[in-house]
Design a protein around this ligand. Sequence first.
Ligand SMILES: Cc1ncc(COP(=O)(O)O)c(C=O)c1O
Length: 396
Amino acid sequence: MTRLDIDQLRKETPGCQNVIHFNNAGASLSPKSVTESMKNQLDLESDTGGYEAAQLVVEKTKQFYDAAAQLINCEREEIAFLENATRAWDMAFYSFKFNPGDKILTCVSEYASNYLSFLHQAKRSGIIIEVIKNDASGQLDLTDLADKIDARVKLIAITHVPTQGGLINPAEEVGKIARSFNIPYLLDTTQSVGQMPIDVNVIGCDFLCATGRKYLRGPRGTGFLYARKTIIERYEPPFIDLHSAKWIADDEYLLSPTAQRFETWEQNIAAKIGLGAAIQYALNLGLPEIWARIQLLANQLRQRLTDLNGIKLLDLGCNQCGIITFSSTQKPPEEIQNYLRSMDINVSVSLEEYARLDMSKRHLPALVRASVHYYNTESEIDIFCSELGKFIKDRT
Ligand SMILES: Cc1ncc(COP(=O)(O)O)c(C=O)c1O
């Protein structure tokens, strides 16, 4: 059991009154206080002017950095605010100067946008992409990772929790290997941050990207990048502006010495305040408590789905999280999603193109993804399983 007051947390979450939301890996339901913090800022902007409103909330916007730094155990100067996880990841990845023949090591479950960027760089710079094999459980194989390391490996870039399943890749063990060979390590924690405790010093990554709208329960269009302070100055962002750099002479500029070099001047201040409020909300509850509750619900849901005839669980790995994926022998994923939606139950469908290496290997063109958060309940799991059971039995 956890110390979270679920009834109270649900009261603070307006969406809980309308839907059974098992699409937290898509975008979670935000707490009312998070939405209010953004509305207040938009009102202030409308009443006083955008720049003037920003000046009135300087301290509030700074809180975003403090909260994000506390969340992943780093310093505020190591955090950059960006509009999503993809751009955060891009700012790190495209800061690397690759030469033809340089290698990148990645994992089978890598997210599509990241892999597309590898392909993009392979085309532009002649890098070689090497995919670390999975072990028997389906997680990244650490022995294969160590075996693949040679002098040409310039980056290890992996996804912690993939979009298409409950797998948790062994990020800490990868960090140990990366450190022992002194190879930069870029970790995509889009699905894990806010769901489980993340400590960049325990993991040992150099860069980490995260998004606001998923397990952090923040607004859409927000994300952040962590860049380890000891390496920041080695990386020149792919594009710069008057916020990330200073124009100090007609032909000279100076990049910010902090993670600010990865940001742009113009930002959605309301969304930044909202993300700060969402992170603070999670910190107040406690990440260990959040994680314990998610695991409890995920285990229950997996167990209940195992008992349903015709449902096949698809999650890989020794350690699994709040993302539960499955298929049915009776109905395609899209039909299941649509039916559940008509019953006010939200799930999503992951397509092969979101994680081609993994899903094509498993011959999965699509799967259903039900992702739980701490504010979900056992009775929601009951309703979900009962509706799913009814639908897949229905032969029409
Ligand atoms: C593992 C993973 N990485 C990256 C992303 C991209 O995040 P964003 O949409 O915030 O750019 C997603 C989105 O689903 C994801 O699941």
